[in-house]
Write a protein that binds this ligand. Structure first.
Ligand SMILES: C[S@@+](CC[C@H](N)C(=O)[O-])C[C@H]1O[C@@H](n2cnc3c(N)ncnc32)[C@H](O)[C@@H]1O
Ligand code: SF4
Length: 404
């Protein structure tokens, strides 16, 4: 059976045959939303074996029988809720990539993987407010302090993590995956901060047996680590480098969220825009409670970089849902309506992405109150740990958090 034979089935998803996500602990998933335990690459179980673990084989069987596997249920719910999931992007790409003839075997070769999302490590130099230790090694100290400050609920909510565990793919695993994939069309590097492990990115690319000219490479970065000449030279050979930087706010709030200045990003951004010819540069805004007033400020700073046709877009890419108390809907409606007005005024004079209209709509929804106490204690305690106050940075939100 081939893709073209069942592409019209209601529950068809090509992910377990042509897509893979490899996490810093070596877990191999068909897609990032897959919610069941999967095997990890180890010294005895390689990429091919983990991509053919019993759970992934079960997923393939379900799809061939036009059923939704339990591990895929959350992805399908997300698809209904937000109208988008990885399944859609993959289905849309099948004709473009010309892979209708791909065989849908229960045991499937990793050579058929054409889109790989590889998260090399959780090494990071920042500890952004909405992030946590599983994604950032730099969070460890502050997470320990929060734990001592009796934010037990927060710890329960965010973890799963073990503070002393290091999440990082070994060079051997990186090379095994790199040699195992076929002619990739898309290759994504995420973190942690992926540019901290440029050595592993280079190891991956140099060990691939396939044509770099066919591959779009996506990197999401915090922009604080300069890209090395050797990596830029390599990336000049790829079809396209899609470089996304995370910028959630204007200077003051950006500093509150990320602990750095927007100025710290410029060297990395301009280094790439000037030296990697096939590059497009985008900006991701992660939407959370703190930056509801900030879209216009982020937008102005990004436009001021004057990247012209190299700018691929300014997207609200994510709403923080985990930790759930940082989701925008935890704020009272009156504060959000004020932010909605700021956004409406900005939209009148500026061309904005459709995600901004979605934010405008979201800001008008009823408040979710269950997690407000946690939001307040988390924010105040982290302010204390970091020696800052939201009252000084954004009083409109600060007054609510500090009950003033
Ligand atoms: C985990 S970071 C890794 C790449 C890089 N370190 C960066 O900050 O861009 C990838 C994206 O996830 C976002 N992110 C971090 N924590 C998040 C959370 N709790 N919920 C949603 N998005 C989050 C970041 O803002 C960033 O845009
Ligand atoms: S830079 Fe990225 S990975 Fe690091 S703490 Fe911030 S969001 Fe998390």
């Amino acid at each position: 059976m081939k893709i073209k034979d069942i592409i019209g089935n209601e529950n068809f998803c090509p992910a377990p045959w042509i897509h893979a996500v490899v996490t810093p602990r070596g877990s191999v998933r068909p897609c990032n939303d897959f919610s069941m335990y999967v095997d990890r690459i180890t010294s005895t179980q390689n990429f091919h074996d983990t991509y053919n673990s019993s759970v992934i084989k079960d997923v393939r069987t379900s799809i061939i029988n036009d059923k939704v596997h339990p591990g895929c249920a959350s992805c399908r719910e997300k698809e209904k809720r937000v109208g988008y999931c990885k399944r859609n992007s993959l289905l849309n790409g099948i004709k473009y990539w010309g892979i209708e003839e791909t065989e849908l075997d229960i045991e499937s070769p990793t050579k058929n993987v054409i889109w790989l999302d590889i998260r090399l490590s959780n090494a990071c130099n920042l500890k952004c407010r909405h992030c946590y230790p599983v994604l950032s090694s730099a969070w460890k100290g502050d997470a320990g302090k929060l734990r001592e400050m009796e934010i037990g609920e927060y710890i329960k909510d965010v973890v799963e993590y073990k503070l002393n565990e290091k999440y990082e793919l070994s060079r051997d695993i990186v090379v095994d995956v790199s040699k195992g994939v076929g002619q990739l069309r898309r290759l994504e590097f995420k973190g942690g901060e992926p540019l901290i492990r440029q050595d592993l990115i280079e190891d991956f690319i140099r060990n691939m047996n396939y044509d770099l000219k066919e591959i779009q490479i996506d990197i999401i970065s915090n922009g604080t680590v300069k890209m090395k000449d050797s990596l830029m030279e390599l990336l000049n050979e790829c079809k396209l480098l899609k470089m996304d930087f995370s910028v959630e706010a204007g200077e003051k709030m950006f500093n509150y969220i990320r602990g750095i200045s927007l100025e710290d990003l410029k060297e990395t951004i301009f280094g790439i825009s000037r030296n990697v010819a096939p590059s497009r540069i985008g900006f991701r805004i992660t939407q959370m409670v703190y930056n509801i007033f900030e879209y216009p400020n982020a937008h102005r700073w990004i436009k001021g970089l004057n990247l012209k046709e190299q700018l691929s877009g300014i997207f609200i890419h994510n709403y923080v849902v985990h930790p759930k108390f940082l989701n925008v809907l935890n704020l009272p409606l009156d504060i959000r309506l004020e932010a909605q007005q700021v956004l409406s005024d900005f939209i009148v004079d500026n061309e904005c992405d459709e995600t901004v209209y979605k934010l405008k709509n979201t800001l008008g929804k009823p408040q979710i109150k269950e997690n407000v106490d946690l939001l307040k204690s988390y924010t105040k305690n982290l302010d204390e740990v970091r020696g800052v106050s939201l009252l000084d940075v954004e009083p409109r939100i600060g007054r609510y958090i500090y009950d003033q």
